[in-house]
Write a protein that binds this ligand. Structure first.
Ligand SMILES: [Fe+2]
Length: 331
């Protein structure tokens, strides 16, 4: 049994097409898409249509909620501000009612019980929290704090746009015996808090990275193949292989201007465009710089961004790496 796992397409149709072509070659038994189909790159509607036509298991991410919550009392504070949220306003106007209805009924969390394999939990972040993700450099303790109440030993997460394949183990002295512990009573899938005890002492945490906006410095579209293996081959029964596919980013980069997204989305859309060029976390870099230098991007977005560019020269760094600029043969 081989599964393909992908996530965080973020409206990047050319990247999705490149991954689909690679999946046609690899022929997995099942494809799982772990959230954030939309927003950031200008082809969100076509991405929804492409995915809907495929027989994939699809899970919702936090960017689907930006769309679903917009204009409701669940919306993030200030989301009617066209400077800060112009890109979302642009997106909301372009998702059709049928596409929105599809996003509205996606699940947030699935558990796969495939024949002859061990269960896999799949959710965009961690169960119940779609903006918590895993990073390659995280400590075992940090990962354990998020997974130690999970009854499934394999968790497929996403959200950070970084590929992760980690095994974490709980100190056996901290693992209580489920047969003698009165809180558990011998059940094999206990509904208990991590503070009381755990029946597992090992978890396998996998993040397939991002199809549309990888952030580890390599712009290729990312996904993972999970293969069912015996427990003695890999604890938890699933072996992950990380994949990266090169594709032409120029149509996506051109679409920022031709679609009107850049004009509507101002600084935020510009920084997503930068992330597509550099494959680095440009938005996090900007917010970290602003916090260190006393700027508040939420209330002074333009002024903060102008100061950031003037101080760091980041715009020149991005221009040097822009595939459109290279094609134009500019110095
Ligand atoms: Fe996300």
């Amino acid at each position: 049994m081989r599964l393909a796992v992908l996530a965080d397409i973020h409206g990047n149709l050319p990247a999705l097409e490149a991954v689909i072509a690679e999946l046609e070659r690899l022929q997995p038994d099942l494809v799982i898409l772990n959230g954030d189909l939309i927003n950031a790159v200008p082809f969100s509607g076509p991405v929804i249509d492409r995915v809907r036509a495929l027989d994939w298991v699809v899970i919702r991410g936090n960017h689907e909620f930006y769309y679903l919550d917009y204009g409701t009392d669940r919306a993030l504070p200030g989301s009617d501000d066209p400077k800060r949220w112009g890109q979302l306003h642009w997106l909301v106007q372009r998702i059709t009612p049928e596409q929105g209805a599809y996003l509205a009924v996606l699940p947030d969390d699935r558990t796969l019980y495939l024949p002859g394999t061990q269960p896999i939990r799949v959710t965009h972040g961690v169960p119940g929290r779609n903006r918590v993700g895993f990073y390659p450099q995280q400590s075992d303790e940090k990962i354990l704090s998020q997974v130690r109440s999970l009854p499934q030993r394999t968790l497929v997460s996403a959200h950070t746009h970084l590929q992760v394949d980690r095994h974490v183990y709980l100190d056996p002295e901290l693992v209580m015996d489920p047969l003698t512990d009165p809180h558990v009573g011998g059940r094999t899938t206990p509904d208990i808090s991590p503070e009381t005890c755990s029946v597992n002492h090992h978890w396998h945490v996998i993040n397939p990275g991002s199809v549309g906006l990888p952030l580890g410095g390599d712009p290729r579209a990312q996904f993972a193949i999970l293969e069912a293996v015996p427990e003695e081959v890999e604890p938890g029964g699933w072996r992950a292989t990380m994949h990266r596919v090169a594709y032409d980013r120029r149509p996506a980069l051109e679409a920022y201007e031709t679609s009107g997204m850049l004009e509507a989305g101002h600084v935020i859309s510009e920084m997503f465009r930068w992330e597509l060029i550099t494959a680095e976390p440009e938005i996090i870099y900007f917010y970290q710089w602003a916090n260190r230098h006393g700027y508040d991007p939420d209330s002074q977005l333009d002024a903060s961004f102008q100061a950031y560019v003037a101080a760091t020269g980041r715009d020149a760094y991005v221009r040097e790496r822009d595939p459109l600029r290279k094609r134009a043969g500019q110095p």
